[in-house]
Design a protein around this ligand. Structure first.
Ligand code: ZN
Length: 113
């Protein structure tokens, strides 16, 4: 039991170490959009429409509120990176929860007479 607990503690420590090294993240998702404008005769409304874009849009939901913003093309790589870091953050947090739940169960078993 002690060995198992120590192993879980070690794994939690590794998760914490990686978490503390994560860079700036953003809890959004990046998507591409193509738009149609209002100009008469524009190719975007032709028989074989050539829509404007792609435009990059960052959408996110926080505390039940959804919002989105356009991302400049030059900022796309950095935003992609921020979104990837967020995914990693979620994975690590989830791992921490699993490990800690297991540890919590062992802890209470351990303290039973
Ligand atoms: Zn147009």
């Amino acid at each position: 039991m002690q060995v198992r607990m120590r192993e879980l503690e070690d794994r939690i420590q590794r998760v914490k170490t990686e978490l503390s090294g994560l860079g700036v993240f953003c809890n959004g998702s990046l998507s591409r959009q193509w738009n149609v404008c209002g100009k008469p005769g524009c190719a975007c409304k032709g028989e074989r429409p050539k829509k404007h874009g792609p435009y990059f849009q960052l959408s996110f939901t926080r505390n039940g509120k959804s919002s989105s913003s356009f991302v400049r093309r030059k900022d796309v790589p950095i935003v992609q990176q921020q979104v990837r870091i967020y995914a990693r953050f979620r994975t690590l947090m989830d791992r921490w929860i699993t490990l800690s739940n297991a540890l919590a169960t062992l802890q209470t078993k351990e303290s039973r007479p």
